[in-house]
Design a protein around this ligand. Sequence first.
Ligand SMILES: C[S@@+](CC[C@H](N)C(=O)[O-])C[C@H]1O[C@@H](n2cnc3c(N)ncnc32)[C@H](O)[C@@H]1O
Length: 279
Amino acid sequence: MSLNETISDQQLLLIEQIMQVKTGKDLHQFKRPFLNRRINARMKAVGVRDGSEYAKLLESNSTEPSALFKSFSINVTEFYRDSFVWECISSKIIPQILKNTGTRSMQVWSAGCASGEEPYSIAILLKEIIGTKNLKFNIIATDISADAINRAKQGQYLSQSLKNLSPNVITKYFTPINNNTYQISESIKQLVTFQQGDIISSPVEHVNLITCRNVLIYYDKPAQELVFKKFHKTLNDDGYLVIGQDETMLGVGTAKSFSCILPRERIYSKLVSGENTIA
Ligand SMILES: C[S@@+](CC[C@H](N)C(=O)[O-])C[C@H]1O[C@@H](n2cnc3c(N)ncnc32)[C@H](O)[C@@H]1O
């Protein structure tokens, strides 16, 4: 049996309509090549040959719609992914936030946190650089995938995902479970609050720093626009946003409401007033 990987506009429209009815999810927001790849992967997994046949399966099978939606959640991550970005957050952004706020408390949102490596990296970083200085911090971590959030709450990681951590940090904040798996310590776990949900509807507010890395790459520009608007609203006036290495605000209207302060690291600061900001 050969697979016809081409999904016509008509077949895609049908698949989108069925998904909207069966799951309430809007597939329009994803980039077309990404949609094609995920639908093709599901077609292969369930052994159907083309888009029409797959649409029929989505209609008749009770579990396939949620299996397709789950396949849109790409959970690849690791501790201190792109370590130079984290060095910059540690040496420039966090000291600046503390200076700006003049307070000893800080709110961080890891949006699209996958299995927790990113928010736990932030927790370790804050504990290492300012934990001893009596600073209060609160890290909220959200992801649309319930499976990812459950794994994050469990906090068990393969050694491969710890490769950017120093042996000292591993000894301090992890306990080996076996040769290849580590458990994150309770002292780090308790610094992060995990919530399952879509970025757009997450009830997060008044934050100093948002990390949303390697999430928006799968979304089209209108969907990215909504998310950047949400981030602008959620950030405090002197807040910062960090996006992924392969992500950009180019082509998104909301870009004018942020200033790209560190282009290589993809770090932005919120603009608050004047003609270049959101009305
Ligand atoms: C590739 S992982 C990135 C993890 C981490 N931020 C990093 O850079 O290593 C992308 C995560 O974003 C989540 N995600 C995708 N769309 C989302 C949305 N609309 N709201 C919340 N999370 C979302 C996925 O479920 C996935 O766990």
